[in-house]
Design a protein around this ligand. Structure first.
Ligand code: SF4
Length: 107
């Protein structure tokens, strides 16, 4: 299952973490929702592969701990999503399609 590219219409914005919007449902530790708006990461799909974080040319991502999440205990937060240059590298490289980038969605 890939991230829903229409999450901003299909989900409710329930809060903010590290300055990044969080889209529900959120029921920790099992369900953590989607983090980010312009650059969005589905935390419930992310398996902490790290290719996005290592290869993003403008260092959008940072690691965060997600203890007891069933998929992985680390996730990438799009902390610097306002710096994204829409190269789409992270979208293409993610092995589980957990990331969506859309310039029309602004944080
Ligand atoms: S689209 Fe490119 S610049 Fe934007 S977060 Fe992904 S890798 Fe970084």
């Amino acid at each position: 299952m890939a991230i829903d590219p229409n999450f901003d219409q299909n989900r409710e914005r329930v809060g903010e973490e590290d300055g990044v919007a969080v889209w529900g449902p959120v029921e920790p530790p099992e369900k953590l929702g989607i983090h980010g708006t312009h650059v969005a990461v589905d935390y419930d799909i992310c398996l902490a592969d790290g290719a996005c974080l290592e290869n993003c040319p403008v260092d959008v991502f940072t690691w965060v701990d997600t203890p007891d999440h069933p998929v992985s205990e680390l996730k990438v937060e799009p902390t610097n999503e306002d710096q994204c240059i829409d190269c789409m590298l992270c979208v293409d490289i993610c092995p589980v399609d957990a990331i969506d980038v859309d310039a029309s969605r602004q944080a």
